[in-house]
Design a protein around this ligand. Structure first.
Ligand SMILES: Nc1ncnc2c1ncn2[C@@H]1O[C@H](COP(=O)(O)OP(=O)(O)OP(=O)(O)O)[C@@H](O)[C@H]1O
Length: 317
């Protein structure tokens, strides 16, 4: 395993009575990487996050955190990980400073390093101005920053964030996503979410879990390839009769969207855009738009997850 391999999960299983919540999940996280862990409600995200942060025992499997075996050396391995659970463990009656000092002690930071650690976590999370404020009086976005600050107080190698933007307004969401990307430069980050655009905006790599199993794992860039659909939108100032468009090379069907815009369906493996552009110019059709249509991530997600068989129910072993 290379030094840059911060997490290595091998054949992870977690059973509850009559149900496999996590089924043979294996993955790795590299330094400097933000990994999106995506799945619908009940897919097994939180269970996986709880296991890799040492808060829940797996039924079987191996987890290495920065080279340390979580089951053999739990204390050391847990020191390499910071966790923001879905419900941040905030003590609302404390000030931000008091709470972060408390978290630093919980993480066994040396007494003489605590002030510097608190200052650094506050600085990274944009909390410098609110150290003396009661957590209870902060906005939800700032409370979430405090939750992230407690996760990084001990400078862990890996930060695990479970649904960090749920309940935030759009501006707060943007700020937290920027913070996640920044964290990813220094730490490895695992971001659990059911929000597809969040993964697209913040992650380098994405894994999709459905009914306890990983069903997709790839670089976010490669999702683009899957998102290419087999249609083009063509806009023409002086369109010819529709049957002429239908006869264009590589076009299987044409749908008129209005008098000037058309959806042209083609085979997925071909891209007839060049030939269409050339024809449009030669024939003087007044080309003003020619764009490939993309599937939304939601469509991709439904495609991937709906093709999986329902097999979480097991004969209780
Ligand atoms: N303590 C438990 N006892 C029994 N079943 C559980 C327990 N915790 C979770 N489960 C079940 O395990 C499955 C996975 O749950 P988990 O919370 O990991 O999913 P999730 O992907 O995080 O979903 P959500 O986004 O809704 O939090 C679900 O079917 C859930 O009902």
């Amino acid at each position: 395993m290379s030094n840059d391999n911060l997490i290595s999960v091998e054949h992870l299983y977690r059973r509850y009575a009559g149900l496999v919540a996590v089924k043979d999940v294996s993955f790795e996280l590299q330094r400097g990487e933000v990994l999106g862990f995506l799945g619908p409600n009940g897919a097994g995200k939180t269970t996986t996050m709880q296991i890799i942060t040492g808060n829940l025992a797996p039924t079987s499997g191996r987890i290495l955190i920065n080279g340390l075996d979580l089951l053999d050396r739990p204390r050391q391995a847990k020191g390499e990980i910071g966790y923001l659970p879905e419900q941040p463990p905030l003590y609302r009656e404390l000030t931000v400073d008091e709470y972060l000092r408390f978290c630093a002690r919980l993480n066994r930071l040396r007494r003489d390093t605590i002030t510097a650690a608190v200052d650094r976590a506050k600085q990274r999370c944009g909390l410098e101005q609110v150290g003396r404020r009661l957590i209870n009086n902060l906005s939800k976005g700032y409370q979430q920053r405090v939750g992230i600050a407690q996760a990084i107080i001990h400078s862990p190698a890996v930060v695990v964030l479970d649904e960090p933007t749920v309940g935030l307004d759009p501006i707060q969401i943007r700020e937290i996503r920027e913070l996640i990307r920044e964290l990813g430069e220094e730490h490895g980050v695992i971001l659990s979410t059911h929000i597809l655009p969040e993964v697209q905006m913040t992650c380098d790599r994405v894994q999709i879990i459905n009914r306890g199993q990983l069903v997709f794992s790839d670089h976010v860039d490669n999702l683009d390839r899957r998102m290419q659909s087999s249609s083009l939108i063509l806009g023409l100032q002086q369109p010819p009769a529709q049957h002429i468009l239908e006869a264009l090379p590589g076009i299987n069907d044409v749908q008129a969207l209005d008098n000037h815009r058309f959806r042209l369906l083609h085979a997925a493996e071909t891209n007839p855009a060049g030939a269409i552009a050339q024809q449009a110019v030669e024939q003087g059709w007044g080309l003003f738009e020619l764009t490939p249509e993309h599937k939304t991530l939601e469509q991709i997600f439904v495609e991937i997850t709906s093709s999986e068989q329902s097999d979480t129910e097991i004969e209780a072993a």
